[in-house]
Design a protein around this ligand. Structure first.
Ligand code: AGP
Length: 614
């Protein structure tokens, strides 16, 4: 996700901003920029904002700035992790309106930026492909000499998420910041203030910070600041003293990036879905499909290509496409696909699903599918990645940079985007308006239900303490929960190094059950759905072999306690949406087990975050 740092005070802003950006590099970025209100002989000059941007690393920006001899004690800076628009200097922040008088840096997604552009900005020359620039033009449009009022009025028109900081040349002693859905922190120094996405860029200067909450706006001047709530009432907020070191600051207080990313799932799930459906029509609108309705109607086969965790998300897509769209769908592990003779024709739609967008096997398989004439689309996290560029359309999953090697938030976001695609195709023929609306309504409720599960993290840590010394595990699921079992098994394997295997529940009696013993615990997903009774029978077979059983069960299913040694309850939801919830306890179990075993959770042995070799 993007990084923001702003400064106003009595020191030169440039070094503070550049070094602050370096402290934000861990967030992942592809370009950076800075803006300073230049001073002449110690006086902040009006109408003189100098802006410098560069793609690539902070060093590239620093090289460009060196020659500028930028003197000024107020400025803002930004590292961009592209969401709308490619990785270009024009798309890098800070952005301006029609003039260079106003500059803005922003983290988040302005969902209705197209509507705002059409409604307010006719005749404005829009230079970039970003949603943020639209916001700059809007604030400039409403600017009548008071920056706070202009920001308030512009944000009243906005739908989406933002953490932003704005500066105007006509008010060279003022920064205005606003938060909705993207964190912002004010650092309170001696006669100076910092404003940033997290505390890491300010710890070298101050440990006294104020965390803005959603809907709040901060008006920061020389030696004073005011904070206003959603109702524009001035409020007082506690100043917190941070004793984190820098590494902890980058983790926002979490012990590992993996746990931070597990807990980010409710937020990034909203980003995956936001602006991509129409509840009134009961359908999804993923423009990236880049096909006419006629072409969509002609699709007779869908092939989902991916590796590892992404392939398990693909399996969820298989169930969704077949159930909702009635289209034959197969999942191919990419490294196998390219070496078999896949049957592909002009009515085949192939998705490449990849967090990094750089996985060599997935890329090679996609190229093979393209060569054979299929429609080829990407479902990718990293904007501008190779798979994103080489496919003829697709959708970014908006999970934000995933820094832990073990994929968590990207997995659930991939699954959500696949559900939306399946609905978009399903509403062409098979899916009724009511069903579509019910699915979308449930999808919108998922972030809150995810939070309910995440609240059980400490309870799941106790389970990990209980089971951490076992040497073998089974993970079982049926139907759409079989991919969940596969993902839970992979998570445990790849970060705790404990052996585990996943099977469809019905497969146990075909051999694996021979392994069961009191030393071979089994995780079974036995949530209330059409296969509940079948899964219950499988669990009873396992119980008869005296293997320890941990059940993932639906809240209220008290009978589960009779069958299992331990039960983790999850909220009820629609069967197709269950994986977005049922995976979370397994992510947490794997995480806590690995921590208790002293593993390098974020960088497990032998693994790379992106496997760019075959
Ligand atoms: C998942 O935790 C692993 N890191 C791995 O299986 C990963 O999902 C796989 O390598 C695919 O990566 P991608 O999504 O970047 O293509």
């Amino acid at each position: 996700m993007c990084g923001i740092i702003g400064y106003i005070g009595n020191k030169q802003a440039l070094p503070i901003l550049i070094n602050g950006l370096r402290r934000l590099e861990y967030r992942g970025y592809d370009s950076a920029g800075i803006a300073v209100i230049e001073e002449e002989k110690g006086v902040r000059s009006k109408e003189k904002i100098v802006r410098v941007k560069a793609i690539g690393k902070i060093d590239e920006l620093a090289k460009k700035v060196v020659g500028k001899d930028l003197i000024g004690t107020i400025g803002i800076a930004h590292t961009r992790w592209a969401t709308h628009g490619g990785v270009t200097e024009v798309n890098a922040h800070p952005h301006t309106g029609c003039t260079d008088d106003l500059v803005i840096v922003h983290n988040g997604i302005i969902e209705n930026y197209r509507e705002l552009k059409e409604k307010y900005l006719a005749g404005h020359e829009i230079k970039s492909q970003t949603d943020t620039e639209i916001l700059a033009h809007l604030i400039e449009l409403f600017y009548k000499g008071d920056l706070l009022s202009a920001v308030r009025e512009a944000l009243s028109q906005v739908r989406g998420t933002y953490g932003l900081v704005v500066m105007h040349a006509s008010e060279p002693n003022r920064l205005v910041a606003a938060r909705l859905g993207s964190p912002l922190v004010i650092g309170v120094g001696e006669g100076e203030y910092y404003i940033a996405s997290d505390t890491s860029p300010m710890l070298a200067h101050t440990r006294n910070v104020i965390f803005l909450d959603d809907g709040e706006i901060a008006d920061i001047g020389l030696n004073k600041f005011e904070i206003f709530n959603v109702a524009s009432e001035k409020i007082n907020k506690d100043v917190n003293h941070i004793d984190w070191d820098e590494a902890q600051a980058q983790l926002s207080g979490f012990p590992h990036f993996m746990l931070k990313e597990i807990f980010a799932q409710p937020t990034v799930m909203q980003d995956a879905v936001r602006g991509r459906y129409n509840l009134e029509e009961g359908t999804a609108h993923l423009g990236g499909i880049n096909m006419t309705v006629e072409e969509m109607h002609k699709v007779k086969r869908v092939i989902l290509l991916a590796c590892g965790t992404a392939s398990y998300a693909a399996m969820i897509g298989k169930y969704a496409f077949e159930r909702l769209a009635g289209i034959s769908t197969e999942v191919d592990v990419a490294s196998e696909f390219r070496y078999r003779d896949p049957i592909i024709d002009e009515n085949t739609l192939v998705f490449g699903i990849s967090q990094s967008g750089e996985t060599a096997d997935t890329l090679a398989a996609l190229r093979e599918a393209k060569r054979k004439g299929a429609f080829v689309r990407g479902i990718v996290n990293v904007v501008g990645s190779t798979i994103a560029r080489e496919t003829d359309g697709g959708t970014y999953i908006h999970a934000g940079p995933e820094l832990a090697v073990a994929s968590t938030k990207a997995y659930t976001n991939m699954a959500a985007v696949l559900l939306l695609y399946a609905l978009q195709f399903g509403r062409l023929n098979r899916v009724s308006l009511a069903t579509g609306q019910r699915l979308l309504t449930e999808l919108r409720a998922i972030p809150e239900k995810m939070k309910q599960i995440l609240e059980q993290s400490e309870k799941i840590k106790v389970l990990a303490e209980k089971y951490k010394n076992y040497k073998d595990f089974f993970f079982l699921g049926r139907g759409i929960n079989f991919p969940v079992a596969l993902e839970g098994s992979l998570k445990l394997k790849e970060i705790s190094y404990i052996h585990s295997e996943a099977y469809p529940g019905g497969e146990m009696k075909h051999g694996p059950i021979a392994l069961l013993s009191p030393d071979f615990p089994v995780f079974a997903i036995m949530t209330k759905n059409q296969l509940y009774d079948k899964m219950r029978s499988n669990v009873e077979e396992i119980k008869a072999r005296k293997a320890p059983i941990v059940l993932i069960a639906t809240e209220g299913d008290e009978s589960a306690k009779e069958l299992a040694n331990d039960v983790i309850f999850v909220p009820p939801t629609m069967e197709l949406i269950e994986p977005l919830l049922n995976t979370l306890p397994l992510q947490l179990f794997a995480y806590h087990t690995a921590v208790l075993l002293g593993r390098d959770v974020d960088r497990p042995r032998n693994l790379a975050k992106s496997v760019t070799v075959e």
